[in-house]
Design a protein around this ligand. Structure first.
Ligand SMILES: Cc1cc2nc3c(=O)[nH]c(=O)nc-3n(C[C@H](O)[C@H](O)[C@H](O)COP(=O)(O)OP(=O)(O)OC[C@H]3O[C@@H](n4cnc5c(N)ncnc54)[C@H](O)[C@@H]3O)c2cc1C
Length: 502
């Protein structure tokens, strides 16, 4: 195989032309090719630049500065029957990819998940969005696929890791578009990620993974050496050699149980805030790129006395109720693959140091409950950004996409005086970068589950520092944030166990 960099296409040229261009460059017919990377060079006339992997006979004849040999690494583990039971508690991205890899390596894998399978979960989430009746164990946070299932399914990460290809290939095998391998800021959309995860689960079931949906791990059982030997659910006790804990950041009861069992858990800094929404055409008109490829995104960051930044932007998306506990309000964002709601939303978060609260979960939960009390319903709190700047509450410039409705609220009462000052400085800064950001935008919140307030500390072998056989992973353990980083964390732990068991 060959890797060829620098194949160019004008924006009006179809990708079908790539084969001709490659053959022209090599002056030889090729057998097949695959796009590896696609980027937009907008320095002069905008042009797409591709890196491609090419299958051609006598490949060494074609080597040059832009054309090098390429060998695809086999990232699948070696299969061996291993007499070792791994329990995976929590089936979000970390749990999915840990279970998948352990299965491929021949471990006996049991998955326990509080929530339901996706088809049932979809009905519960839809019912909640339509009627405001929340099921605390089947919602946007809990169920097959975890928190990212009702999301934009953005696959961006700053982490460089060879296993990113393993994750993307697994998604592609189960129905994702091949372009997620090479598009900048690839996203799958909530509609498609649900079907992909369902297919991954069905495949694992066929390959011997035992799933226990709607069965929450309620207790871990330790021996005298403080090693996990079993877990307990309402239905019974299950022995295990290793427990992989991928419970996400909303499982407060499970964290309380782990604390009671003496598992070492420390506090960490968090970020919290609200969503802002703007008409998508306003964001598109302000975009700096010379080609509008899809609904546009922005990334904003302000460094004042504290950091304030945009996060998890959902162009053409909707703001959703993302709570898992009754009597609380939590917002988040999601979009469908087409990103065509006409409204852009993004979280705007301010950093909160761990010295600003005693118990992070209790602090966040308190804010979520206060929001519910104010709203007296699941309607989200809302305000025009311009009114927040002046401490007023006037009717919203346009209705929020949040499906359960909104109540007007002055977010100046939500944050400390200092944080309000910093947020206002940040908005002025964002308005300089995107003129109109303040006047055109509305705030909807609160957004409290964008980061986990704890870390279940682990050693260099990914095991809890004071509890043997316990492998905390993903966002809820404080080792990831986002689909890709949590999936990678699950893979890291699976690799550690594969290594241990030879
Ligand atoms: C609405 C929304 C949109 C998002 N959009 C994006 C996005 O576009 N891109 C992105 O990268 N990230 C996004 N995220 C963040 C991303 O989804 C999370 O970072 C990621 O899912 C965390 O993965 P995880 O494996 O750590 O845990 P989670 O995905 O949170 O999964 C944990 C699972 O554990 C289960 N569980 C909890 N306790 C127990 C127990 N005791 N026993 C058994 N099961 C238990 C829960 O039911 C849950 O299903 C979004 C999150 C939300 C809520």
């Amino acid at each position: 195989m060959l890797l060829i960099n620098g194949i160019k296409l004008r924006p009006d040229e179809d990708e079908d032309k790539l084969k001709d261009k490659i053959e022209k460059k090599l002056r030889h017919p090729i057998r097949s090719f695959e796009i590896r990377k696609k980027s937009l060079d907008a320095r002069k006339e905008p042009i797409y630049v591709y890196s491609v992997i090419v299958d051609i006979e006598n490949e060494k004849r074609f080597l040059s500065r832009d054309v090098t040999l390429y060998t695809k690494e086999n990232l699948r583990p070696e299969y061996k029957e291993r007499n070792c039971i791994c329990i995976v508690a929590g089936y979000g991205p970390s749990g999915i990819f840990a279970a998948l890899r352990l299965m491929e390596a021949g471990f006996k894998v049991h998955v326990f998940e509080t929530g339901k399978r996706i088809r049932e979960r979809e009905k519960d989430v839809e019912r909640f969005f339509e009627t405001g009746v929340l099921d605390p164990s089947s919602n946007v946070q809990f169920g097959e696929g975890g928190a990212g299932t009702f999301s934009d399914a953005k696959l961006t990460t700053r982490i460089k890791d060879r296993y990113i290809d393993y994750i993307l290939d697994s998604f592609i095998q189960h129905g994702a578009a091949r372009s997620i391998r090479y598009e900048n800021h690839a996203h799958i959309g909530t509609d498609e990620i649900r079907r992909i995860i369902e297919s991954l689960t069905d495949d694992m079931i066929k390959n011997g993974v035992i799933f226990h949906f709607e069965e929450e791990m309620e207790e871990i059982i330790l021996n005298e050496r403080r090693e996990v030997t079993q877990i307990r659910t309402k239905k019974g006790a299950y022995p295990c050699d290793h427990l992989l804990l991928g419970i996400g950041h909303s499982a407060y009861d499970t964290i309380r149980m782990l604390k009671k069992k003496g598992v070492f858990i420390e506090s960490k800094d968090i970020a919290l805030g609200f969503r802002v929404e703007h008409p998508q055409d306003f964001i598109d008109a302000r975009q700096t790129r010379s080609i509008v490829e899809t609904a546009n995104e922005y990334f904003l960051r302000y460094k004042g006395d504290k950091g304030v930044y945009s996060f998890c932007m959902c162009p053409g998306g909707i703001v959703i109720p993302a709570m898992s506990d009754e009597g609380t309000i939590v917002t988040n964002g999601m979009s469908y693959a087409a990103r065509d709601s006409g409204v852009a939303n993004s979280a705007i978060l301010i950093q909160i140091g761990k010295d600003e609260f005693e118990d992070g979960y209790a602090f966040l939960h308190g804010l979520e409950k206060d929001a519910y009390r104010y709203s007296d319903s699941y309607r989200a709190l809302s305000q025009n950004i311009a009114d927040f700047m002046e401490g007023k509450t006037e009717p919203l410039r346009f209705p929020s996409t949040y499906p359960l409705g909104t109540v007007l609220y002055d977010f100046n009462s939500f944050f400390s005086e200092r944080d309000c000052r910093i947020l206002k400085e940040a908005f002025l800064d964002f308005d300089r970068k995107i003129p109109g950001f303040i006047d055109k935008g509305i705030m909807v919140g609160p957004e409290t589950r964008s980061s986990c307030p704890i870390r279940i500390r682990r050693n260099e072998h990914y095991e809890s520092i004071n509890t043997g056989n316990l492998f905390p992973m993903g966002e809820g353990a404080g080792y990831g944030g986002g689909i890709m980083s949590c999936a990678l964390d699950g893979i890291r732990i699976a690799n550690e166990l594969i290594c241990r068991h030879g």
